[in-house]
Design a protein around this ligand. Sequence first.
Ligand code: ZN
Length: 290
Amino acid sequence: MVRYGSIEAGGTKFVLAVGDNDLSIIKRVQIPTTYPKETLARCINFFSENMVDALGVGSFGPIDVAEDSDTYGQILATPKPEWQGTNILHELTKALKIPISVTTDVNASAYGEYIVGGGKNVSSLVYFTIGTGIGGGAIQDDQFIGGIGHAEMGHGFVMPRSDDGFSGSCPFHKNHCYEGLASGPTIEGRLGIPGQMVPRTDKVFDLISYYVSQMLFNCYLSLRPQKIILGGSVLSETELPRIQKYFAQFNHDYVVTPPLSDMIVTSKMVDNSSATIGNFALAKKQYSTV
Ligand code: ZN
């Protein structure tokens, strides 16, 4: 039986998984993200004990995802300096000697949604994660959208609301990008308490919905995807109606949209598995082309 592997390489943890030919999860474990050598050695160890035929890696970024690039699979300028310059693809390929595909964590999630999640009946979708950071991945007809590098939708230009005096958390764009105004750390930045302790009725979630809606609206104007799927820990089902309401306000009946309650949805995949399943599917694609 053919088996596929998944590595979700995150800033605080790596999630390693083995799946079968139907992309069902057989085994899934978590290891902390420490130094590259140590963390990758643990990945190699795991996949030496749990053999797979191909591997999909969805990594934190920025990372070189251009398959024809000399530095494909290499972590670029990141706030985690010890990881900068690490080529995940080279290290894993050298040790495991199997086909490996590398993309961003958010692209992997987008692909999982496209294959088996909320996007399985459409040909174009965008997946956003709103968590410690904000990122977006777009798929059109089975391909990720992006050329020079992967999309960086979380750092798009945002219009701060007049009742929001927060100075922003993005080291690059302060309060002028979505991540700087709507990521998880902005809640604590505004209120002084961690986001998970703040009730959903707090005004901060209205602000975040407002900014996320700007991001979705701009994305919709640029790409006109059939579905926009939201993941990550910051937003829940509760904020969806507000996001849809602001989206309609920004649009002013200009572009035609499907019913917003169908088009803008949260991820329904159990156990947050969209990236894992996406990685399996990308590994399967890679396996079938070699
Ligand atoms: Zn930014």
